[in-house]
Design a protein. Structure first.
Lengths: 309, 291
């Protein structure tokens, strides 16, 4: 086969190939069309957070007055705490929808046979898998960030209105709650978690590309078997502990804080609490990312080979 | 150069042989009907051509190996793999947006023109459409792609006769221009008979007969024999014989029409008649027996 032959078969002038960025953009958009829960669930959670904070405001002027009598550190924690913690449930919700999304992303299209339609278009398996992992790694964190910012601002406005209506000054509140700093901490937290959770998303996408049925079962059973084997054979639990640390460890890996003695989670709102140098030099992060890449490469190959179910 | 060229194409699933050395050559500008019984290997052959499944042997589609270059190939090849593979959540306008976004040869205005001729509401979701409308939508999308090769695998399965007729009418009138190549498989041979330029019969993973429709009518003849001339007619070597209401109907390949006319009523057979003749004799033979 020489080039002359190919030229003969192309009498129509070939339009320039679509740039990879545009293919990725439309592939991600179609994911959002299909999976509306990706943004609806975080929106609902943020509405609940707002409603809860609204209820909470009934005692707010009294708590504010009490707080002003405390020492500065405690005062800061009491005043800022509720606002600073508000993004947490939103971020947790996006993490959860990301898990469910990944588990179905390459399974659902085979189950409803729509893969035969997607494959009839000039979008490669690599672009498709890439677009699917972009959703939990980039799209959801950015959406969570924007949503959390808006939610926090609404909460602050509510609180300000309540204080003013009670004839109090809102100045201490605005002085203690530093938006820019809070936003930076939040963004850092989202990036850190996305990178830390990448192997989880990668594994779920791999299972979703592989399973013929019950992907949830296939996602959970192998790690459980490995863990059971380890306990039976060596009497140790290091694999299970590693998995647990993968789910909960990002905070410890990337932030500096001393756990509080009471059951409340520690307040993180200072730039000095961020520790990117430590995070980026931990082997756990890089081993996890390497595992994620292996999973994704395998998922691309599987999507190429697998037939509809 | 041929649009599709396959030599010794093989595909096995474990011990099951789906394609057992398919040789097939489809020139540009042809409309090939790939016809065979269930499990004959039609879909497997098309999947190999479309780069959906790996294979052994030699295969070139528009000069490319479809398995290694599927992404590139799909700019010039479009296909409808089955009825109802459009995702049920997709809205009509989303489908148009998406196709415009990812396909360099998709002409949105053309697709909208095709859709305007149907009763499909532009804002509806696929799940709200009837099966026939989904097929219309899919065809409208595919016909708006300026492809060199269109592959249709049972595109009208389960549709009622009006939709089936309309489907092939618009394919011929609005899409086929003599330079494109179309490969279609279907069970309803009679309906696409007039559309095809070439026919290939496939059975047990092999092409058992391949012919162009140009020569079909002069080559094959069907004879309804006078009851008292049956022995004489059989001596001419029919390729198939069947009984209809007590009379013998014989199918001849390349027999002299003048002589046949003296033995009974001569008619042009349909592809279906030939299909039954070829496949029927294969069924009665033990596998591997010479034909």
């Amino acid at each position: 086969m020489n080039n002359g032959d190919i030229a003969v078969t192309s009498p129509r002038t070939a339009p320039a190939a679509i740039p990879a960025k545009r293919l990725l953009y439309w592939s991600v958009r179609r994911e959002l069309w299909e999976n509306r829960f990706l943004y609806l669930v975080p929106l609902i959670v943020s509405a609940i957070v707002l409603f809860a904070s609204f209820i909470h405001l009934f005692g707010f002027p009294r708590r504010m007055q009490n707080a002003l009598t405390l020492d500065p550190a405690r005062q800061h924690a009491v005043i800022v705490g509720p606002f600073s913690m508000a993004p947490a449930p939103i971020m947790f919700a996006t993490f959860l929808v990301g898990l469910f999304y990944c588990l179905d992303a390459l399974y659902g299209e085979r189950r409803d046979r729509s893969i035969l339609f997607w494959k009839s278009l000039p979008v490669s398996d690599r672009t498709t898998v890439l677009s699917k992992v972009t959703v939990p790694l980039v799209v959801l964190p950015l959406f969570a960030f924007a949503l959390a910012l808006v939610t926090q601002r609404f909460m602050m406005l509510q609180a300000t209105a309540v204080l003013v209506a009670n004839g109090m000054s809102a100045a201490p509140l605005w002085k203690e709650f530093r938006f820019f700093q809070e936003s930076l901490v939040m963004l850092y937290g989202l990036v850190v978690h996305a990178l830390w959770y990448a192997p989880i998303y990668g594994w779920l996408l791999l299972v979703s590309a592989w399973a013929k049925r019950a992907p949830l079962l296939w996602a959970l059973v192998p790690p459980m078997l490995i863990s059971a084997f380890e306990r039976g054979a060596f009497g140790t639990r290091s694999f299970m502990r590693m998995l647990q640390y993968r789910v909960t460890g990002a905070m410890q890996e990337a932030f500096l804080f001393t756990p509080r003695r009471d059951s409340h989670p520690p307040l993180i709102d200072q730039l000095s609490q961020l520790d990117p140098a430590r995070f980026l030099t931990r082997p756990g992060l890089w081993v996890g990312l390497a595992f994620a890449v292996v999973c994704l490469v395998a998922a691309v190959r599987l999507r190429r080979n697998r037939e509809p179910i | 150069m041929a649009c599709i060229e396959a030599r010794g194409l093989r595909k096995t699933y474990g011990k099951t042989v789906a394609l057992d050395g398919v040789d097939l050559r489809v020139e540009e500008g042809r409309i090939l009907g790939l016809i065979g019984p269930n499990g004959a290997g039609k879909t497997t052959a098309l999947n190999a051509i479309l780069g959906l499944t790996p294979y052994e042997g030699h295969l070139r589609v528009l000069g490319h190996d479809p398995w290694t270059l599927r992404g590139e190939l799909m700019r010039d090849v479009s296909f409808i793999a089955d009825v109802a593979v459009l995702p049920r959540w997709l809205r009509v306008h989303q489908a148009l947006d998406y196709m415009t976004g990812v396909h360099p040869r998709f002409d949105r205005a053309k697709a909208e023109g095709f859709l305007a001729k149907t009763d499909i509401p532009p804002k509806s979701k696929v799940r709200e459409l009837s099966k026939g409308m989904v097929a219309q939508l899919h065809l409208s999308l595919v016909m708006a792609i300026d492809a060199k090769l269109l592959v249709l695998d049972e595109p009208t399965l389960g549709l009622d006769i009006l939709y089936r007729k309309q489907f092939y009418d618009s394919l011929l009138n609005d899409y086929f221009d003599g330079s494109r190549t179309i490969v279609v498989t279907t069970h309803q041979v009679e309906e696409i008979e007039d559309v095809l330029t070439d026919v290939a019969f496939i059975d047990r993973g092999r092409i058992v007969l391949e012919f162009g429709m140009e020569g079909f009518e002069s080559r094959y003849a069907q004879l309804m024999v006078h009851p008292d001339r049956v022995a004489e007619a059989r001596a001419l070597g029919p390729i198939h014989e069947r009984q209809v209401m007590g009379r013998s109907i014989l199918l001849f390949d390349g027999a002299d029409r003048q002589r046949l006319a003296g033995l009974g009523d001569v008619r042009a057979p349909g592809i279906a008649d030939l299909f039954v003749a070829v496949m029927g004799s294969r069924v009665s033979q033990p596998e591997g027996a010479p034909r």
